[in-house]
Design a protein around this ligand. Structure first.
Ligand code: 6PG
Length: 247
């Protein structure tokens, strides 16, 4: 696994660089296989990047992109807590991706576990028995979680599933989740972490400069077998890094 850390000035430059990175990854996949698979992250950090990506919509052949979510809150799609709602407003509704290429988690399932099983079937139907995304976007929670892989959660130990349900973590919103597992994340060709803000400084330093610890800092165990991980940080999020080996 190749890891790159890129530090940019501020949230706007983070959004600009993220959009450029996403466009490059999608174009590379489309050029080589005529289709690109993209998993979007939720939370608040990526929203600005999605708007920037939408502004550059003409640089991607969106008809050849399949859009998924790397995790979802088990809430109605019109809930303010829905990751899909945020991504749909900021990006999906702003680019010419065919609706049949957009795959939200089925939050109308009777349980989060049923939604996870259904989403896992969608992944294998469209990406094959070992779903290897061209690009998965991820964020980093203050507690070291990523996607909805929370510290000490049972989902961290799962090795035979691509998608699982997860009880709420300690961070808001306190709702059940549907999340990619480590096998799904680590089958990716590229992972792009987007992290912004002073409050992430301490967890960024621990994840990037301490030994990986899947239980306490799940994000530290995102390590694609045959892929790359890029950490795109603004200066505030990178403010506690001790090594100057990062870009
Ligand atoms: C979610 C996200 C989650 C998020 C981190 C960072 O469903 O909340 O997928 O993993 O990426 O919690 O969130 P912020 O970008 O809001 O800090």
């Amino acid at each position: 696994m190749k890891r790159t850390v890129e530090i940019v000035k501020d949230p706007q430059e983070l959004a600009d660089k993220a959009a450029g990175h996403i466009i490059k990854a999608l174009r590379k996949a489309i050029e080589s296989r005529d289709v690109a698979s993209l998993a979007l992250s939720g939370g608040s950090t990526p929203e600005r990047a999605y708007h920037r990506l939408a502004e550059r919509r003409n640089e991607v052949d969106w008809a050849r992109v399949r859009v998924f979510l790397s995790d979802e809150r088990f809430v109605p799609l019109d809930s303010a807590d829905s990751n899909f709602r945020m991504a749909a407003r900021a990006l999906i509704s702003q680019v010419p991706v065919p609706l049949e290429n957009v795959f939200p988690v089925d939050v109308q399932s009777s349980t989060a576990e049923e939604a996870a099983r259904s989403y896992e079937a969608t992944l294998t139907e469209h990406l094959g028995p070992t779903p290897s995304f061209d690009l998965i976007l991820l964020g980093l929670g203050d507690d070291g979680h990523t996607a909805s892989l929370f510290p000490s959660a049972p989902s961290l130990a799962v090795t035979d599933r691509w998608v699982v349900a997860s009880p709420p973590g300690t961070l808001p919103p306190p709702v059940e989740r549907v999340t990619f597992t480590f096998p799904a994340l680590n089958a990716a060709k590229e992972i792009l972490f987007l992290v912004s803000g002073e409050r992430k400084g301490e967890v960024v330093q621990k994840v990037l400069e301490s030994p990986a610890d899947c239980q306490t800092r799940p994000a530290s165990c995102v390590s694609p077998t045959d892929g790359t991980v890029t950490w795109l940080l603004d200066r505030a999020a990178a403010s506690r890094l001790r090594s100057d080996s990062h870009q």
